[in-house]
Design a protein around this ligand. Sequence first.
Ligand SMILES: [Fe+2]
Length: 262
Amino acid sequence: MKLRKLIPMTALALSGAVFSSGELNAQVKKKEKSCTKKESCAKSCSKSSEYGKPTDVKANEGAFKIVSLKHDYNAVDSYIDAQTMFIHFSKHYVGYLNNLNKAVEGKTQATQTIEQVLKGLDMSNSVLRNNAGGYYNHNLYFDVISPKGGGQPTGALAEAINRDFGSFDNFKKQFSEAGAKRFGSGWAWLVVKDGKLQVGSTANQDNPLMPGLEISGQPILGMDVWEHAYYLKYQNKRGDYVSNFFNVIDWNRVAELYKVAM
Ligand SMILES: [Fe+2]
């Protein structure tokens, strides 16, 4: 079964409707016919226009602001589908942002940067921990995804990866395992710590800027392995999502973040 057919089928399944395989195929064909461009359908039936523009999305007023996607929802459709990107950005991310702003209203944290909030976090404050983390983590995640992504880094970042991991392939293996083996929901990270690169993972919306975690440092690459980041397209195959994530990593952007972190 081709992946492109799983999206509408999954949507139908999630709606609670029960269809025979013939009825499902008819629904899929009807959905494909709704696309105006056949070549677009050949690749995927996820048109950005189905979901509007990322810049249409508004968050509640607050100290922290929405950072819009740099691309349309279907920009990396071959690897992360438009429906997932739409829900991820406009619902999950905006939800964390709105809850963060509510949590810091009238408090010192409302005058700080998000990095300051995270570094000074009282880890027993679960509302701030989850939502400040969710806001920061998703800003980074969406920032390092690009339709022009993939390949390997060059320049100083490539040299640092070779120095600290032995090779790009070794880094890729460690980063992939960090994401694939994280039990439940969480994140895989590439961080700069004391001038060196390290890979690790955190649970839930924790991140390496927070105090007292198993990995610490300045994140320059984050991969979301919550099911909401991949389940519509990949279902239980997190490993396939992790593998394909390497096709969307904007190494030029990661290199810029590396330069700032050094
Ligand atoms: Fe997420």
